[in-house]
Every structure is written in C-alpha cells, then in structure tokens.
Design a protein around this ligand. Structure first.
Ligand SMILES: Nc1ncnc2c1ncn2[C@@H]1O[C@H](COP(=O)(O)OP(=O)(O)OP(=O)(O)O)[C@@H](O)[C@H]1O
Ligand SMILES: [Mg+2]
Length: 131
C-alpha cells in the first residue's frame, strides 16, 4: 500500500496557448503509460472536457459528479469520497472527467484564499485512496 503511494507521480500537461496539443499529449501519454503496465488516472482539468470525450465519455455535461464536484468539496472542507466520479477502465486509463461546471468553479475560486492548492489537495486525496 505504502509503496504504491511512494511511486505515484503527478504529471501536468499545461500551456496557456490554445490548440497546441495539450489534450492530445495527455491522452497519448496516459495511454502509453497504461501500455507499459502503469496505473493511470487522467484528471481532466479543462472545462471543455475534451480529454473526457477522447476517453469515450461522449457527453461530459450530462455527468452529475466530476472534477468540479470533488474540488468544491475540498474548498468546503467537506467529507467526500475522492473516488466518486472516477470512471474506471480496467484495461485502460481511469478518468476523472471535467465539464462546464469547472468554468463556474474557476470564477468562484478566484476569490478564495488558497485556490492554487485545491487541485493539489484533490490529487493527494485521490492518490492515497487509490492504493
Ligand atoms: N502531434 C500532433 N500532430 C498532428 N496534429 C496534432 C498533434 N497534436 C495535436 N494535434 C491536433 O491539433 C489540434 C489541437 O490539439 P489539442 O486539442 O490536443 O490541443 P489543446 O492544446 O488541448 O487545445 P485547447 O487549448 O483547445 O484545449 C487537434 O485537432 C489535434 O488533433
Ligand atoms: Mg485541450
């Protein structure tokens, strides 16, 4: 159990420029790592939800639990299951999807102290609970 946590790594694909291949890189990287035998949770942190769509979640806006839900719980310091909303794929990449709710959350987060730590806190919680 401890070992899995120690070896868990977080990779972020981020760039301010639009259309430069972030989503494509994330999907390819996650898929390649799974092929190498790694367990991968792909966390979609873009309100467009394109990565979620790429992984087969055709209508992310219809989801009731997604990254914004988990991040809202963190902000509210509420008790929650960090694995709720994760879509499992035993033969591929597990996905925490995103949708347009994330855009609303981003506006809300703008006025919150410690906003830059919310995603990190979620990742810490989900890493511990995934072992
Ligand atoms: N290595 C590549 N070779 C050719 N086409 C690519 C490559 N990487 C991405 N593309 C294409 O470029 C376009 C933009 O890629 P992608 O959606 O990954 O960018 P993005 O940075 O996620 O965009 P956004 O800012 O809108 O989220 C897509 O049509 C994608 O298929
Ligand atoms: Mg993208």
């Amino acid at each position: 159990m401890g070992k899995a946590l120690e070896t868990a790594k977080t990779l972020a694909i981020a760039n301010r420029k639009g259309g430069c291949g972030k989503t494509m890189t994330a999907v390819s990287l996650a898929t390649g790592l799974v092929r190498q035998g790694k367990r991968v949770l792909a966390i979609d942190a873009d309100s467009q939800g394109s990565m979620s769509v790429s992984f087969g979640i055709s209508e992310p806006d219809k989801l009731t639990v997604m990254l914004a839900t988990a991040m809202t719980h963190i902000v509210n310091e509420a008790d929650f299951d960090p694995l709720a909303g994760v879509i499992y794929n035993p033969e591929g990449v597990d996905v925490m999807p995103a949708n347009s709710n994330l855009a609303a959350l981003e506006i809300f987060l703008a006025g919150i102290i410690g906003r830059e730590t919310v995603l990190r806190q979620y990742i810490e919680r989900v890493s511990i609970n995934s072992n």
